[in-house]
Design a protein around this ligand. Sequence first.
Ligand code: GLA
Length: 386
Amino acid sequence: MKLIETFQNTFNRDPILKAKAPGRVNLIGEHTDYNDGFVMPIAIQYVVTVLAAPRDDGHVNLYSVDFDAHSTFNMDNEIPHDETQTWSNYERGVFAGFLKRGMKSIGADLLIQGNVPIGAGLSSSAAIEMATSVALRTLNNFDISQVELVKLSQEAENQFVGMNCGIMDQFISGMGQAGKSLFLDCRSLEFELVPFPSDDFSVVIMNTKVKRELTGTEYNERRSQCEEGVRILQKNLPDIRALRDVSVQQFNQYKDELPELVCNRCTHVVRENDRVEQFVRALKAKNSARMGELLLASHSDLRDLYEVSCKELDLMVEIAMGVEGVIGARMTGAGFGGCAIAVVQKGREKALEDVIMVQYPAKTGIQPEVYISAPSDGAGVKMLNQ
Ligand code: GLA
């Protein structure tokens, strides 16, 4: 059934707008965003769609097509968490974010549907938050910029959902552009949209189908280890505020002061920031050999030093690297499962997919999924004819 009909059947009325926001993969710059560093994601063709109509009674009725479930609250009271329909806390967090900015939304009927694979590390939650944010901005005529909606969405995740993520996922979901990768400074939020040479290369996304329950705790632990590294390094480098401020050279000079585990974590972050800048140069020059080296170096540091990979992700990368035309591969996103990406020569996508579909299940017993996606547009709204 078409989504609009589902809305009509659910709410007995027509939606007035359709909002969309994409998931993402990160080309390089992993676990750098919360260290004030650099990232380089692309928005993908998988999206979350929100259909919306305003209500004048203050009620907010949420319907998730994917979970076939409802959740309801009223704008006249404080917005509570929904402990049973936990999927709705992403939307609730966005309503709360507007409220915090003095923008009280009118009531609304919202239908939410997504084709971003859930729990695969492709940022389905950022896509839900951004789609809801742009929908509410239009529904209420709120005067708020796209970047402010990005921050609001990150806050929803940090403060309402309780996942202490950085800004990368919401930023690319809000600000991505078709055909471009986004080189972002996560401290200043200055960014450059770098054309992705789609005539030469493609990004292939390989889903291990492994989900790790521990992602949240491990993630927060990595964050505090990085912060501990900064505190110790500050004795010799008093001006640094985050690992982003430490050059590879400076780090090598003072790293012996750090406990081994903290040193390993920080080594990855300091080198990864450097790799992002190098990758941008290599991509602009279409220097595929250099791009490949940087992707592989990123993966090995994430595996050996940051310890956020897993054997299935390592296997994906290994299989991909054995296929002709694959330039480089690495895990993408938070890790502990989820997806790896490969950058491949144009025309070699299918060959890689075929090999993955045979070799990965043979070695793991798990059926993987492979997606091929061009860099896509960030969140936006279309008014529907009534
Ligand atoms: C998750 C977080 C991001 C980022 C990545 C790792 O996707 O949501 O903010 O930290 O992990 O690079």
